[in-house]
Design a protein around this ligand. Structure first.
Ligand code: PGA
Length: 237
């Protein structure tokens, strides 16, 4: 399904409605969550509706897409911290049921295997939330020659490092160069996927992913093979 909205707020509200319906239908839902600025409006709405008693997250579990390597969990830009600050600390989710890869694991290969097992044991997310990078990445699956199935250790693209420098005092040298990301197989194992983007800068890559050639050079294009993807685009940020 594809839906276009005028504003980012309308898009976020629509995505929130889908997530809330999921959780209200199954209190033990598994939510696949993403970081970045795109899902912030959705998270804000989930916080609001949780406070209003319209949705209960107490039995919900979550699996996040990715984590930077080398940042302390308490670093303001670690994705664990991002999720706590922007969602988990403000809703009644059980923090022990929330999963983010450990970017500080001593044995990264083991950590990737462990994370794949977490995803597999859940049977994949019930709903996976995705943003899209300017280079078409989902999670931190950057353009390359293949679609990686499992969770893996990756080097961030220059364009991703530049795009994310805004969160690190606009200083490229402070942006981590590596990350752990859920693989394309893990993402595709979700029963439903909501991918969101907004504004002029994202328009082209979003359309390439949605209706362009399916290629690992645009990792999000693989979503065209998934049977239940909700493509949401807002004209204005
Ligand atoms: P953004 O990032 O939501 O901050 O634009 C999306 C992404 O890089 O996946």
């Amino acid at each position: 399904m594809y839906r276009k909205f005028n504003t980012y707020t309308e898009m976020s509200e629509y995505a929130a409605k889908l997530v809330i319906e999921q959780v209200n239908n199954n209190s033990q839902s598994v939510l696949g969550l993403a970081t970045g600025s795109t899902p912030l409006g959705l998270y804000q709405k989930l916080i609001e509706e949780n406070r209003n008693g319209k949705v209960d997250f107490s039995k919900v579990s979550s699996i996040n897409l990715d984590e930077y390597c080398g940042l302390e969990k308490t670093h303001s830009q670690s994705y664990r911290n991002f999720m706590n600050n922007n969602l988990f600390d403000h809703i009644n989710i059980d923090i022990r049921k929330t999963n983010v890869p450990n970017g500080l694991a001593e044995d990264i290969d083991e950590e990737c295997k462990r994370y794949d097992k977490v995803i597999e044991d859940f049977g994949g997310a019930d709903i996976q939330i995705l943003g899209i990078g300017l280079d078409g990445h989902i999670g931190f699956n950057e353009p390359c020659e293949e679609f990686k199935k499992g969770t893996s250790y990756i080097k961030l693209d220059e364009s991703t490092i530049e795009a994310n420098a805004r969160f690190f005092d606009n200083d490229i040298s402070k942006v981590p160069t590596h990350a752990i990301t859920m693989g394309i197989g893990g993402i595709m194992s979700a029963k439903k996927i909501i991918i969101m983007a907004s504004g002029d800068k994202k328009r082209d890559i979003f359309e390439k992913a949605r209706i362009g050639k399916i290629t690992p050079q645009v990792q999000a294009s693989i979503l065209q093979f998934h049977k239940d993807v909700v493509w949401l685009f807002a004209e204005k940020n």
